[in-house]
Design a binder for this molecule. Sequence first.
Ligand code: SAH
Length: 256
Amino acid sequence: MEQEELQRLIEVFLPLKRQGPGSEIETLMALGLTGLDTSKEVQVLDIGSGTGVQTLTLAKALKGTIHAVDLIPEFLDELEKRSGGEDLSATIQTHPCSMDALPFSTNQFDLIWSEGALYNMGFEAAIVYLTPFLKHGGALAVSELSWFTSNRPNALDEHWAKEYPEVGLVSEKSTILEAHGYAIKGYFPLAESSWTEQYYAPLLQRCDELENQMVHSGQEIDPITQHILRETRAEAELYHTYSQYFGYGFYIAQKV
Ligand code: SAH
């Protein structure tokens, strides 16, 4: 991605509460399914935290340290600002780095978390890379783009074949986890409202705001911004049309 496009994307996403689909209830539901003892101090890794909506939820629910990793330092700065105003039980440490080059040790974590971010590395490659950082008996909780059925419209398959060819059935994602030494502790699909109300509604509003600002200030909308606005609106429309066929699955598993 070009630097200019990245800067524009950061500008769009930075003020939003979340940078991907999800909800606080589902973060807590997934945490419950890990079976983690929340009265003990734990070491947690949150991969692709963004501005940290789920990091803050976890930090309120857990004791110990949560290491939030994201490629974009601006998102982590924002997470630090947001955490300042909260009464947190766990400490948050931020690490601006790529998820495939982590500065951590083998067997360091009791819990590895990632909401809507592993696709950046590819699901299976990410699982293989991350597993050594997790203690034996430790838990993994990740949300990942999944097919909910094998019976799908071609147009939808064609779209994701271009955008994220690793999208797979829930059974396939579970098989990958089992093949790499995990026992599945739970699974649930994110609610539709976690895409529409929690994610797309504020995002589309932000796109309209930016567009209106530019139009009102007499600024021409540059091609990069036009592209981002178009893609974002098309993706929201795609979800609206096909939400029964795909979404995010939340997978909760234990390293055995
Ligand atoms: N978990 C957050 C953000 C999800 S969006 C939420 O649900 O709101 C995906 C995040 O992954 C973005 O913040 C993006 O900056 C981050 N990301 C993308 N590529 C990455 C990489 N290689 N390493 C670490 N983070 C990455």
